[in-house]
Design a protein around this ligand. Structure first.
Ligand code: ADP
Ligand code: GN1
Ligand code: MG
Length: 357
């Protein structure tokens, strides 16, 4: 086993000696390992991506505070992420490689899905994310750090896109004219969520901001909601970010990086399923928030596609890529979903209306 990983793991207060430490999961941001100790205890060891999260101390302060708050409100330790302290009692450490590392208890008997295996699983993920937001409703939002400035400020995301497009550092813009045109054609309407926030029509809440299905764990036996994970982006935001991002990923009929676009659609049944679970778990949404749920799904999908396109043009520095053109493939699925959501907008609105009456 990698001696460096072994030494890093030994810097945390773990139960036994680490026997194995292997890459784990499908996240695009951090480097995640599953560490198994001599007595069988398992841990998640993560190298924090400090290019994406430049203020690691603030990031970890958020996570420590939010998990403490949640733990005070639940009996079951598997329902909240548990940070493992370092030997000196800190939340994270700096490795010999200069990188920042943290450790969590591995949540045993859990399932992390890359796509829903049934509508019931997707419903339970909605209950988990809706419940997470509901549980944090009383959390003093102003005490949280903004771990990525303007994370879901779609207007700002467009500015970043224009900046990279103008520079075209890898000479890739010429090959993606159709995607660029798709993005530009939707720019004028893309600020509606941030505008809703600015004008006070939409309330600021503590939100997760990265609610894809593989950021929630279900109980492996009952398949009931277990734990919301990947807390790096928990910060003040809009409920529509959480709802929208979950639909973007989980209501799609194909993987985020599917190359056969004919397989990519937004499934209205899954949309209805998620909306039902989310509204049940988080019943205090305002009428305006409810009205904009379909818009949230469309804007979050557009924004994500734009971010993939920006990163493709920029040379793939942000999202982990595993093949040439990976970010472009991801961008294409997202834009395909946006076009499908545009076609299905009325049906989505009817669904939300029916659930609310
Ligand atoms: P990223 O920010 O790169 O997406 P995540 O924090 O989401 O990283 O972790 C990547 C994957 O590791 C998750 O999708 C999940 O499969 C797994 N994972 C993370 N934390 C835990 C945990 N405490 N217990 C079980 N699995 C976990
Ligand atoms: C990233 O960290 P992960 O893989 O759960 C990204 C999200 C994107 C998502 C697209 C901090 O999520 O914003 O929607 O990829 N996280 C960050 O799959 O940028
Ligand atoms: Mg993740």
């Amino acid at each position: 086993m990698d001696g460096k990983l072994m030494r890093i793991a030994a810097g945390f207060q773990i139960d036994g000696a680490v026997r194995t430490c292997v890459p784990h999961g499908c996240g695009h941001i951090n480097a995640t390992y599953l560490a198994t100790c001599s007595g069988g205890r398992r841990y998640i060891l993560q190298r924090i991506n400090d290019r994406v999260f430049p203020h690691v101390d603030e990031l970890m302060e958020n996570i420590a505070a939010v998990t403490r708050y949640l733990r005070e409100r639940t009996e079951d330790p598997r329902r909240v992420m548990t940070l493992v302290p370092t030997a000196s009692g800190a939340t994270h450490l700096r490795g010999e490689d200069g990188a920042y590392w943290r450790m969590y208890d591995y949540i045993e008997d859990s399932l992390c899905l890359q796509s829903p295996e049934s509508a019931a699983d997707f419903y339970q993920s909605a209950v988990a994310f809706g419940g997470f937001q509901q549980q944090l409703a009383g959390y003093p939002a102003e005490t949280l750090h903004e771990t990525i400035a303007g994370f879901h400020d779609t207007v700002r995301r467009y500015r970043a896109f224009h900046e990279v497009l103008e520079r075209d550092p890898c000479g890739r813009a010429g090959g993606v004219a159709a995607e660029i045109e798709f993005a530009l054609a939707r720019e004028s309407g893309a600020g509606c969520l941030v505008e809703g926030l600015r004008s006070g029509r939409l309330p600021l809440r503590v939100t997760h901001n990265d609610t894809k299905l593989n950021n929630v764990l279900l109980d492996a036996h009952s398949r009931a909601p277990l734990c919301v994970i990947d807390l790096d982006t928990v910060m003040p935001g809009l409920s529509l970010y959480d709802f929208g991002d979950a639909i973007r990923f989980g209501a799609a009929t194909a993987a985020e990086d599917e190359t056969d676009l004919s397989r990519v659609e937004m499934d209205l049944t899954l949309f209805e399923t998620f909306a039902r679970g989310y509204l049940a778990a988080c019943p205090d949404l305002t009428p305006e928030e409810k009205r904009l749920l379909p818009t949230g799904a469309r804007i979050m999908t557009l924004e994500c596609g734009l971010r993939f396109l920006t990163d493709y043009l920029d040379g793939d520095h942000y999202f982990a890529v595993h093949r040439a053109g990976h970010n472009l493939d991801r961008c294409r699925t997202q834009f395909r979903l946006v076009a499908d959501m545009e076609r299905k907008a009325e049906r989505m609105e009817e669904i939300v209306h029916a659930l609310d009456h």
